[in-house]
Design a protein around this ligand. Structure first.
Ligand code: C5P
Length: 309
């Protein structure tokens, strides 16, 4: 008898960059209070799920060798969380195809967890409402809710409370992927250490930045990009200073460390400029590789059957 192989459920999910990341003080729960503006970019991972006898995770793509495939991987915990909610076993094979840099400050692991929530909701026909998915996402990690949400949004709390932001038009970015990764907790800890020494300054409020987003004006937005984690990421990886300088010398409007780094994100005037800056940056040896991306894009979504093959 022929066995029928079920079609996988495939979800694509975007990377994020923080346009504004103001880090407050360390809370009693070990997290920092944040005020941030996220934007989802057209650099994505793909997560597919199929029924199986037991839970397994496999990861392919660039940097896959650095990603654990056991319960240290957030997709594993996402599968257990949905299964628990549904009162069933997490008997699925999860395949992750990486397009988002691993340990790059673009929330790739969080994105995969968000995609897993959506994929299993669909596979098991649960029809969980947005609030439930959001709650499961927030339990998994600070950036997981935004990966579900996408677009441009203000995040508060530890990053999990979201409000959509109006962003007119598309912004064009070049991403410089670094040779290694940075651990998010270590970058936050380095910021605490630098602050204990009395430096660096703290970001203000994102009001002007929100106006530039609403106007769709990249030139006005560029000088308003700010990331309190940047001095900490630069302290741990000083070579990123060269990357930031090189991007701006290549014609980007502004460069910033993305989240906890080490990916550097460069805002460009338009798509043509982004392609040129990307080509130039790729040639000067200040990063592992470059990607050109645009934002905002939607959050985690089911891939078309065609795309999902
Ligand atoms: O929430 P998530 O697991 O992604 O956070 C990873 C780590 O980053 C936390 O354990 C904490 O050290 C740090 N973090 C923080 N404040 C936040 C978010 C993350 O200190 N708001």
């Amino acid at each position: 008898m022929l066995s029928v192989v079920p079609d996988p459920v495939v979800v694509t999910v975007p990377a994020k960059v923080n346009l504004h990341l103001a880090v407050g003080d360390l809370r009693d729960d070990g997290y920092h209070e944040l005020s941030t503006v996220f934007q989802a970019l057209s650099l994505s991972d793909e997560v597919s799920v199929v029924p199986a006898d037991t839970l397994t995770v496999q990861v392919q793509g660039e940097g896959a060798q650095f990603v654990p495939t056991d319960n240290r991987n957030l997709v594993w915990r996402a599968a257990e969380a949905v299964a628990d909610r549904a009162g069933r076993e997490p008997a699925v094979k999860i395949s992750v195809r990486k397009g988002i840099p691993v340990a790059g400050g673009m929330a790739g692991g969080s994105a995969d967890a968000a995609a897993t929530l959506l994929a299993l909701d669909h596979l098991w026909g649960l029809e969980l409402d947005r609030a439930t998915l959001h709650e499961l996402a927030a339990d998994l990690g600070s950036d997981v809710p935004f990966a579900l949400h996408g677009g441009t949004a203000v995040g508060s709390g530890r990053g999990e409370h979201l409000l959509p932001v109006l962003a007119r038009d598309t912004f064009h970015w070049v991403l410089a992927l670094a040779k290694g990764g940075l651990s998010t907790p270590k970058v936050f800890a380095e910021l605490d250490r630098l602050r204990a020494e009395g430096r660096p300054p703290r970001a203000g409020t994102p009001d002007a930045l929100m106006q530039a987003l609403a106007a769709g004006d990249a030139a006005t937005l560029a000088p308003l990009l700010v990331n309190d984690l940047q001095p900490a990421a630069l302290s741990l990886m000083p070579e990123l200073r060269r990357t930031l300088r090189a991007g701006e010398a290549a014609g980007a409007l502004a460069g910033i460390v993305s989240g906890s780094g080490p990916t550097c994100a460069f805002l460009c005037a338009d798509e043509q400029s982004a392609i040129q800056v990307g080509a130039e940056l790729a040639g000067v040896g200040v990063c592992r590789t470059v990607r050109v991306a645009a934002g905002p894009v939607p959050g985690a979504r089911l891939a078309d059957i065609e795309e999902g093959r």
